[in-house]
Write a protein that binds this ligand. Structure first.
Ligand code: NAG
Ligand code: NAG
Ligand code: NAG
Ligand code: NAG
Ligand code: NAG
Length: 380
């Protein structure tokens, strides 16, 4: 009805204002962000609290359980995913050590900081380290049992983040399957997820697919821009972006192992704003498009073609550029922000929230406009 009013009055400006209003309201619950700290120039956690509050982000994922961060965010109503690093997986198979870890890193913060999930290991199944791979599930089980013993299993989930490279086949999405050589690890792992109702986490970077095949993969398709899309011949579902196809491939791979009751969430996705000469696509413009368009999809509460009613659950990588990350130039340039807190590029909502918070006069104009529209709608 409101749309009819707008088109009748041809009021494009109004639509723009309402759309940014919608993003303002949903960004907080919508998107999460990865707060990586492999850098020597990041602002203090207390400043980061203020930065995140200014852009209304209320979900943060850490790669450890940094007490300085968890303390600084006390009473901030930001939800945390914290992590047990790969180096600590073997220790965690010991129930006593698992319980000690929770007592030290989770329990003391819970009265003022919500910790919704503990990840055990990052991309363990693609390390090639068979000792680590064999111990992943036992470590997760042991940490879960420790949570139960402490009475925390209802408020804290246990999971592990995987690279999408654990997929053997990802096209078409309905035929998604895990690598055969990893099935012996993944099958019991998904059984465990189903048993304890915890989300399956994947780190998914359409950037890598594009970088590897810029001639055959459409940039529009990976950047959520207008494009004809790709239709899955088995389901007739059309995919207009690669990230959704990757998520649905993981759903299909889990289903092929007998489970339809496990949520798939994106623990990392992002796009670098800078890269080496051979890193095709790593530009400021593409990074801005990827993250801006992704945020719009999240604000729309969109699900994937296979799960249209389940809004995608995303933690963007990353909050800051991290100067000490090894590897290609892109690795140090995934941040939405420079360490001094200035944005690397404009991600749409910044006009309204980040760079200039709307003056009270603007807000009054918006609300008066809203009342006017309601009145017009009621008159029709
Ligand atoms: C921030 O997010 C919360 C929760 O979604 C929402 O209620 C609030 O209106 C948002 N505030 C701004 C300024 O966007
Ligand atoms: C959070 O609130 C508690 C209780 O009021 C207080 O002791 C604690 O210092 C607060 N934490 C922060 C970081 O403000
Ligand atoms: C593993 O446990 C031992 C003994 O408790 C401890 O000294 C060591 O630091 C732990 N390893 C890690 C990576 O935390
Ligand atoms: C734990 O994961 C399940 C499945 O994804 C979800 O329904 C539940 O809300 C999560 N719990 C918390 C505390 O986030
Ligand atoms: C997909 O569309 C084709 C052509 O309309 C139709 O023949 C086929 O039965 C459809 N398949 C499914 C799974 O809906």
């Amino acid at each position: 009805m409101a749309v009819a009013v707008f088109s009748r009055f041809g009021c494009c400006l109004a639509l723009g204002v309402l759309f940014s209003g919608q993003i303002l309201q949903t960004l907080g619950v919508g998107v999460g962000i990865n707060y990586g700290q492999i850098a020597n120039n990041l602002p203090s956690p207390t400043s980061v609290v203020k930065l995140l509050q200014s852009i209304n982000i209320s979900r943060v994922k850490l790669y450890d359980a940094d007490p300085k961060v968890l303390t600084a965010f006390g009473n901030s109503s930001v939800d945390f995913i914290i992590a047990i690093g790969n180096e600590n997986i073997l220790n965690m198979t010991d129930p006593t050590k698992a319980q000690e870890w929770l007592k030290q890193n989770v329990q003391p913060y819970l009265h003022q900081t919500q910790i919704t999930c503990v990840t055990v290991g990052n991309e363990v199944l693609t390390t090639g380290d068979t000792v680590l791979m064999e111990n992943l599930l036992p470590a997760m089980q042991s940490v879960y049992q420790a949570l139960v013993a402490l009475g925390l299993d209802k408020q804290v989930n246990i999971s592990s983040a995987h690279s999408v490279a654990i997929l053997g086949n990802s096209y078409p999405p309905s035929s998604g399957s895990f690598r055969e050589d990893l099935a012996e690890y993944i099958h019991p792992l998904v059984n465990f997820h189903s048993e304890i109702n915890s989300p399956f986490l994947i780190n998914a970077y359409p950037f890598f697919a594009y970088k590897g095949n810029p001639d055959s993969i459409s940039l529009e398709y990976v950047l959520f821009q207008d494009n004809p899309g790709v239709t899955d011949p088995n389901t007739n579902l059309t995919y207009d972006n690669m990230l959704y196809a990757q998520i649905d491939s993981v759903y299909a791979a889990i289903k092929a192992m007998g489970h339809t009751d496990i949520d798939v969430a994106i623990s990392e996705t992002g796009w670098p704003s800078k890269g080496d000469p051979d890193e095709t696509g790593a530009t400021l413009e593409n990074a801005a498009k990827y993250n801006r368009n992704l945020l719009k999809r999240i604000a729309m509460n969109q699900g994937t073609p296979m799960k249209p009613t389940v809004p995608i659950n995303v933690h963007v990588f990353a909050l800051f550029n991290e100067d000490l990350k090894p590897g290609a130039t892109s690795e140090r340039n995934y941040g939405l922000f420079y360490p001094d807190g200035t944005p690397v590029y404009d991600i749409g909502f910044q006009d309204h929230v980040l760079l200039s918070s709307p003056s009270s006069a603007t807000l009054m104009a918006w609300s008066r406009f809203g009342i006017l529209i309601s009145a017009m709608v009621m008159m029709i």
